[in-house]
Design a binder for this molecule. Structure first.
Ligand SMILES: [Zn+2]
Length: 343
């Protein structure tokens, strides 16, 4: 009898040891500041979105009420898949390396970056299309088309980003639409699958803002060591009474660099408008506004509103792709001037 007990005990000990080993064999890791589930999994060589559900099941009760990671906590990673190695971003999803966003984001027609100058060598930009994911931004109707602000923000953001690269800048495109490049079209098709550096954009308004701010601040921690000149630029189109023509205006963060850059940009826009539309006049202006994004971003930051989406005249500058390109060109000139004037 005693012997039997001893046998049972040995077997139990064996089972216990085996199960301990299999638990220990699971990879565990802690998130870094600003990590989302996607970036966390991707950094550890897991596949997203395929491994997300397994991750959530393995870590029940360890995520916060919004399903986000908590800093300082250790998480169990789902097992690595066969044939998946630690090289991230296998699909069409764009991620950003320290050298900036891959130009393939601009689409086949625009993925070449012909060098125009080295005027912006040593400058780094975070380019952000306002809104995205569940939030289309302002909506306007033209003919039979329902147009979303995000699509035009994104197109101008891409054009600006590409221009900056052509002058030697390093550019991170923060909000991305998979497989949608620069579009030479008037009515841009709507998408809801925008990402923040490959990560889906959450539902809640505050969660959305926090996600992009965290993503940029995380990059900035790394980039500020290597770049003296860094600017975050967010593109928007305003929405007001259809009769109001507002041209262009900017909000800047509450610091000297953001203020100076927005002044230089406005001066450049004024000069270009005078040159190209002398009869029209220009009513752009700049101001400071206590917006979450501008307040929380660590790099100097400027938010540009490209006109009134509801006003027919303002809208023409946005719907015509040549005009979108012109605006991107003028902003590029302004940023070159600002970079040159920065000691
Ligand atoms: Zn907006």
């Amino acid at each position: 009898m005693k012997l039997l007990y001893r046998h049972i005990f040995t077997v139990l000990l064996f089972i216990f040891a085996i199960s301990t080993i299999s638990v220990m064999a699971q990879d565990r890791a802690q998130p870094i500041d600003g990590d989302g589930v996607y970036s966390f999994l991707r950094r550890h060589g897991r596949e997203v979105p395929r491994d997300v559900r397994a991750f959530r099941e393995l870590n029940q009760g360890r995520l916060n009420s919004r399903g986000e990671l908590i800093l300082g906590r250790t998480y169990i990673l789902p097992p690595l898949r066969e044939g998946v190695n630690s090289s991230p971003s296998t699909s069409s999803q764009q991620t950003t390396t320290s050298r900036g966003t891959n130009p393939s984001i601009f689409g086949r027609q625009y993925s070449e970056i012909p060098s125009q100058s080295s005027n912006l060598r040593g400058a780094l930009f975070y380019i952000i299309a306002g809104h995205g994911g569940p939030d289309p931004g302002a909506i306007t109707r033209v003919g039979g088309h329902t147009l979303h602000e995000i699509e035009y923000n994104y197109d101008i953001a891409l054009r600006l980003a590409r221009n900056l690269m052509m002058h030697g800048a390093t550019v991170h495109i923060i909000i991305q639409t998979p497989n949608v490049g620069i579009r030479d079209e008037r009515f841009l098709r709507n998408h809801r699958n925008q990402t923040c550096l490959g990560e889906p954009i959450p539902r809640g308004q505050m969660d959305r803002l926090r996600q992009r701010v965290n993503a940029i601040n995380r990059l900035y921690e790394r980039d500020k060591v290597n770049y003296n000149y860094i600017r975050a630029i967010e593109i928007h189109i305003d929405s007001r009474n259809p009769r109001t023509q507002i041209d262009l205006f900017m909000y800047h963060a509450d610091d000297v660099k953001s203020r100076r850059t927005s002044r230089t940009l406005l001066r450049e826009m004024e000069a270009q408008y005078k040159r190209h539309q002398p009869n029209r006049g220009f009513h752009g202006h700049i101001g400071h506004r206590n917006l979450y994004i501008l307040r929380e971003l660590k790099p100097p930051a400027i938010m540009i509103e490209m006109g009134n989406f509801q006003n027919a005249l303002d809208r023409e500058r946005i719907l015509n792709h040549n005009n979108r390109q012109a605006v991107a060109n003028w902003l590029t000139n302004g940023l070159i001037a600002d970079f040159k004037n920065t000691p």
